[in-house]
Design a protein around this ligand. Structure first.
Ligand code: PAF
Length: 288
């Protein structure tokens, strides 16, 4: 196990499961866990900050989880920079980082999966078959290995947050799931490790996601309650951006994530997935 003592705090880095368990035993409760796939940005660091504020110790996992990527997706090219990540986490006052390998997470003979049913099916689940099975499985394994009292996720992945909340409830994990606000660049682009794929022109074009959400919010604020009218305005704005290729726009019930038709009465989730070049970006906003 690596221990870095240069900044006053001890950041422990564990890879093997037995090292991890040993290090976990030495951490004070409550423990806040921030699961990540690395290549950290300010969005991740805001989760770490929240965990730091609300817990006696903080653990972060860094694992690019192969089982949540489809065969045509970007597993091989997903950005990675462990030394930079560890440096950021040390400065952020994290106590323990777990960096398992795929062989540790999924050893030969592995055959146990967590499937969250209805809420995994629409939206991202429909576009990325098997994605939430991979997410729920790895997050359940992280919860079991680290035994946190709280776990922190970003609102940017709204459906992921809902799936994990459901799983934690259904499988009686004794912990709180904390969802933190999306952190945005100055032009509104939601922070994401995948933003690193964008070239200069694509990066400019990527601001269209948030712009379309803001326009739909403005329409809602002016009294529009028809779900299709809100989807239409988002669609029009995204389709007007030449570098953007819309995959879906949605106006769904916030709890069930089922698509809304007609008038919106309760809380709704506006969301979308858009390709900018080969980079697939998602974003969302809650209509209160
Ligand atoms: O949001 C992510 O980075 C991943 O889906 C997560 C929750 C770390 C599981 O691999």
């Amino acid at each position: 196990m690596a221990v870095n003592q240069s900044k006053g705090r001890n950041l422990r880095v564990a890879t093997e499961l037995n090292e991890l368990r040993q290090a976990r035993c030495q951490l004070a409760n409550p423990l806040g866990l921030v699961p990540t796939m690395g290549f950290l940005h300010l969005g991740h660091l805001s989760l770490v900050e929240a965990a730091r504020r609300e817990n006696a110790s903080v653990a972060v996992s860094i694992f690019v989880n192969p089982t949540q990527f489809g065969p045509q997706e970007d597993l091989a090219t997903y950005p990675r920079d462990l030394p930079r990540d560890l440096n950021l986490l040390e400065k952020a006052g994290v106590d323990l980082v777990w960096t398992p390998t795929p062989e540790i997470m999924y050893p030969e003979g592995y055959q146990t999966w967590v499937t969250v049913e209805r809420i995994s099916q629409p939206l991202e689940g429909a576009m990325r078959p098997g994605h939430f099975r991979g997410v729920a499985t790895v997050v359940a394994k992280l919860f079991n290995a680290l035994q946190p009292q709280k776990a922190y996720f970003g609102q940017k992945d709204a459906q992921q947050a809902a799936v994990i909340r459901r799983m934690a409830l259904d499988l009686n994990f004794p912990l709180d799931i904390v969802i933190c606000p999306t952190v945005r660049e100055a032009d509104g682009l939601a922070m994401s490790s995948r933003n690193a794929y964008l070239n200069h022109e694509q990066r400019r074009a990527a601001a269209v996601l948030y712009r379309s959400l803001q326009q739909a919010q403005a329409l809602y604020d002016s009294g529009e309650r028809n779900a299709e009218a809100l989807r239409r305005v988002m669609r029009q704005i995204i389709e007007a951006e030449p570098l953007a290729k819309l995959q879906y726009v949605s106006c769904a019930d916030l709890l069930s994530l089922q698509e809304l038709e007609g008038e919106i009465s309760g809380q709704a989730l506006l969301s979308m997935a858009v390709f900018i070049g080969k980079t697939r970006l998602i974003d969302n906003l809650i209509l209160e």
